[in-house]
Structure formats: structure tokens, C-alpha cells
Design a protein around this ligand. Structure first.
Ligand code: FAD
Length: 328
């Protein structure tokens, strides 16, 4: 049995998801502790050309499965392809992004190969004594951090939140092993008919991928005000996100929530508007490169993690920012 680490690389329309590069970065650190290699698993149609960026991002090699049936993500054929890769290559560890695809695929594969799965991890380590993977994730509604170890079953598998791990610097021209694994699909493997793929009109659909986030807290006062924040975000070529208070109030969708029970983001700029800076919120945005906060309370905790704090009414400041950027 190999003791290598496999990262399930997510691709859509020819581009690899950011989380896959983050996981390769993390896997290279874990692999160094185990003295093993890192492989990416790529599945799709006409994807061989996408292997090289994964190697340049740190993978020692890529195992790919190519088939027209894998053109769009569908649970059954993807689960079959990945199960075949795991059965043949026998990795020690398999990592997935905790994305909608990873969350769908990982448990199906875990059931097929009779192993465990720790979902939604925020930290991974190798136990120096046992060499087992220690998978840490929030539990009991985010009130404790639980570290889970899979002692008996193999591979050890985890889904990992996007934005938590860091990619390593790419090495252009790096070489690695690229091997194709043939999987015999039948019509019965495709239990879904895709009639149409409708792309979201949003420029960035995943806040973990946004370079600029304009984030609204309870201080914005209403769901309606997100339109103003969206206008500001558009001018900055960014997207909107939120504190949990506004998600709970039904002002914005859950997939926009930043924080311990939301998403972890690491944009170049995080503009916090009317967010107090609760510890659960800060847990999801403190690694942003630059944080600018607007809050009328000069003692708000968000200022403690801000590079620039603006004390004042956001309803005055945000329109001024929009006007200034329009002139820019
Ligand atoms: P508030 O705390 O109400 O802050 C509103 C801020 O807006 C205040 O600082 C106020 O001064 C300011 N303000 C008001 N009006 C204006 C104005 N006109 N101009 C400028 N400033 C103004 N929260 C998260 O965000 N993400 C999570 O993932 C998360 N997970 C949690 C998990 C658990 C287990 C628990 C217990 C809580 C969690 N929370 C999370 C909730 C968190 O504790 C806070 O309740 C929440 O973050 C508060 O949101 P807020 O900052 O928008 O609202």
C-alpha cells in the first residue's frame, strides 16, 4: 500500500478551484512529515492539459480520469471514478475541498470504500508519534474545536474548508508524473440528464475566491442596503459578504456568511461595514491582507483587527466612497 497523500482537484470549465491549490500546499507539508508524495486526482472531459498547473503548484504527480461522462459534475460517475483511483492507488490520505462538490462526493466515496470521513476541517496535522492524520473541525455549533483521528480504516479522508490552508509558491516548469487511469463507464453510471447549465450572473459566486469583499453587518440596517454595498463592491471589482446576524435575519444567503460557522475568506481587501467584530466573525476574516472597517462605535472589536478604521455612520461614508470611486 502506498502512503501517499491524494488531493481531489476540482475543475470546472477548464479552471481549477482555488481550494485545490490550497490543499496541495497543505498536503506538501503533511507529506514532508510522512516522507511521502502528493498526488492530485483530476476528473473531467478533455482535462489532460490541466495536470501541469497542479504539478507546478506542488504535486509530485497527477492521476487523471478522462471521459465525456465527467464533463459536468454528477455524483455517480465522479464517485465511481474516484473510487477506482483510490482502490488502485491505495493512498494513505485523501483530501477534498469542503465545497458543494467535495461535500457531495466525499461521503459517497467513503461509503463505497468503507472508510471514515471528517467533514469541514479547519486544521490538519500529522501526529509525530503515530503518524496519523489529526483532523480538526468546529463541533457543537462551533463551540468547541474537535480533533478527530481515523485509526483503523484507510484512506484517512477529510474535507477542508476553502480559504483556510495556504497554497505554496508555484514553480513554473516543474515536472511530475502524469498517469491516466481508465474507468469503464456504462450508461447506467449516468443516472442524471443535464439539460442546461445556467451560470450565476454574479461575477464571483464563491466568496472564498473574491479578491475584494464588501461585508455587511447588522449595522447596515436592512436587506435593501446590500444593493448599495453591491454597487461599492462592483466598483472595486469585488463581491459582497456578510456577518451571521444578517444571514439569520434572512437579509442575505447563507453562502455569503463569513466566520466560524460560515466561510473563511482571505481577500486582498475586506471592507467591514457595520460589523461589531465578534470572535466568531473574526475567525473567518482575520487573515485578509487588508481590513478596513466602518463602525460608529469607536470601541468596536473589529477595529482591533483592522488596518484602517473609520469611525462614523456607514450610511454617510459608503455613498461617499461610491461617489469618489465613480470619479476615479
Ligand atoms: P452586531 O454585533 O449587532 O454589530 C453591529 C455593528 O454595527 C455594531 O458594532 C454597531 O456599532 C455597528 N453599527 C450600527 N449602525 C451603524 C451605522 N449606521 N454605521 C456604522 N456602524 C454601525 N457570526 C458571524 O459573523 N459569523 C459566524 O460564522 C458566526 N458563527 C457563530 C457561531 C456560534 C457558535 C455563535 C454562538 C455565534 C456565531 N456568530 C457568528 C455570531 C456572532 O457572535 C455575532 O453575534 C455576529 O457576528 C454579530 O453580527 P454583527 O457584527 O453584524 O452584528
Amino acid at each position: 500500500m502506498s502512503r501517499d497523500i491524494y488531493v481531489v482537484a476540482e475543475q470546472r470549465d477548464g479552471s481549477i478551484a482555488k481550494v485545490s491549490f490550497e490543499l496541495i500546499g497543505e498536503a506538501t507539508k503533511l507529506a514532508a512529515d510522512l516522507d511521502q508524495k502528493v498526488y492530485a486526482v483530476l476528473m473531467g472531459a478533455d482535462i489532460k492539459g490541466q495536470c501541469q498547473p497542479l504539478i507546478e503548484a506542488g504535486a509530485d504527480g497527477v492521476v487523471y480520469v478522462e471521459d465525456e461522462l465527467l464533463k459536468e459534475y454528477v455524483t455517480e460517475p465522479y464517485a465511481k471514478a474516484l473510487t477506482a483511483v483510490i482502490k488502485q492507488c491505495e493512498p494513505e490520505i485523501v483530501l477534498y475541498g469542503a465545497t458543494s462538490i467535495g461535500r457531495d462526493l466525499a461521503p459517497r466515496v467513503a461509503a463505497r470504500i468503507h472508510t471514515g470521513l471528517t467533514a469541514d476541517c479547519t486544521k490538519l496535522d500529522i501526529d509525530p508519534e503515530t503518524k496519523l492524520l489529526m483532523m480538526t473541525r468546529p463541533a457543537f455549533g462551533g463551540n468547541i474545536m474537535a480533533t478527530i483521528v481515523c485509526r483503523e480504516y484507510r484512506p484517512q479522508m477529510a474535507t477542508v474548508r476553502p480559504g483556510v490552508m495556504q497554497r505554496i509558491e508555484a514553480v513554473p516548469g516543474k515536472t511530475g508524473e502524469v498517469k491516466e487511469l481508465k474507468v469503464a463507464f456504462t450508461d447506467a453510471d449516468m443516472n442524471v440528464t443535464i439539460k442546461e447549465v445556467i451560470k450565476q450572473s454574479h461575477k464571483t459566486t464563491d466568496i472564498t475566491e473574491a479578491k475584494v469583499l464588501v461585508s455587511g453587518g447588522r449595522g447596515i440596517g436592512s436587506a435593501e442596503y446590500y444593493k448599495t454595498l453591491q454597487e461599492l463592491a462592483d466598483l472595486l471589482d469585488g463581491d459582497i459578504s456578510s456577518s451571521r446576524a444578517n444571514v439569520d435575519a434572512g437579509w442575505i444567503a447563507k453562502d455569503r456568511q463569513v466566520g466560524q460557522t460560515g466561510k473563511t475568506v482571505r481577500p486582498n481587501l475586506y471592507l467591514a461595514c457595520g460589523i461589531s467584530g465578534a470572535i466568531q466573525h473574526i475567525a473567518g476574516m482575520e487573515d485578509a491582507e487588508c481590513v478596513i472597517s466602518i463602525n460608529k462605535n469607536d470601541t468596536a472589536a473589529i477595529f482591533d483587527v483592522s488596518d484602517l478604521g473609520i469611525v462614523g455612520d456607514l450610511k454617510v461614508i459608503v455613498p461617499k466612497l461610491i461617489d469618489a470611486l465613480k470619479k476615479y
